[in-house]
Design a protein around this ligand. Sequence first.
Ligand SMILES: Nc1nc2c(c(=O)[nH]1)N[C@@H](CN(C=O)c1ccc(C(=O)N[C@@H](CCC(=O)O)C(=O)O)cc1)CN2
Length: 281
Amino acid sequence: MTAKLLNGKELAQKKREQLKSDVEALTEHHRQPGLAVILVGEDPASTTYVRSKQKACEQAGIYSVLIKKDDTISEEELLAEIDRLNEDPKIDGILVQLPIPKHISEQAVIERIHPDKDVDGFHPINIGKMMTGEETFLPCTPYGVVEMLKEAKIEIAGKHAVIVGRSNIVGKPVGQLLLNENATVTYCHSRTKNLREMTKQADILIVAIGRPNFIEAADVKPGAVVVDVGINRVDGKLCGDVDFEGVKEVASHLTPVPGGVGPMTITMLLENTVQSARKRV
Ligand SMILES: Nc1nc2c(c(=O)[nH]1)N[C@@H](CN(C=O)c1ccc(C(=O)N[C@@H](CCC(=O)O)C(=O)O)cc1)CN2
């Protein structure tokens, strides 16, 4: 068997075309949506991601502003910047690019962003709404994963989804979203005993553990759908958490890295920003 590729790059582009016309209409009848991105420090990967976010905003017609801060900024100063953006009427969405320096509390920063402008979907109020199934901003990567599965017409209800990884921004919320779609969800992580026995039981396997080529063909049930959320650099080359060459011979569907989930993350951020602008006067 050779797996069908779930092409996130293509789907992301298709959705961005649709968003562009939504933004045009919104700008004409209401006002232009606006996104503020805060980057603390000069981490090269984060710098690339915020640039991609800005470029995507520009292409979609969304106003965007990048606020760069030195990594010596204090928590107080960063929170004050967020307060200012919370009050700015041109701004519908605010995000602080993660990770941030250790001396600043990530949770304090996330909680300071007004829930109505939290287009990352990380605020505890929005996470609570996601858990109860209320309409809210969904975390961009998990939202992108579910959209990719739906686009490929992959049945989720009644399927056994195994999540490898338990981060707040991917592992935990992706499991919750699949549960909301009536999957049976198992979480695995670094302390799970017999992790590879668990992954072999998955109809849908989501891997977000941050270890290059961690999941191999022998860990996958034949015909499973495998979504690789990992982004690792090995010898200057990008790879996921899944051994692509091996697993593609076993899985029915597989996401590549690059070109899989990554581009969808940015598209879902644009979606959340447009959703926010629609709601705000
Ligand atoms: N505030 C946030 N911080 C972070 C988030 C987030 O959703 N909000 N997610 C990640 C980083 N991220 C977006 O911010 C992100 C990661 C990867 C990609 C992407 O398109 N990847 C490409 C490869 C790009 C490369 O060459 O490195 C791909 O997979 O094809 C987009 C966004 C952590 N921080």
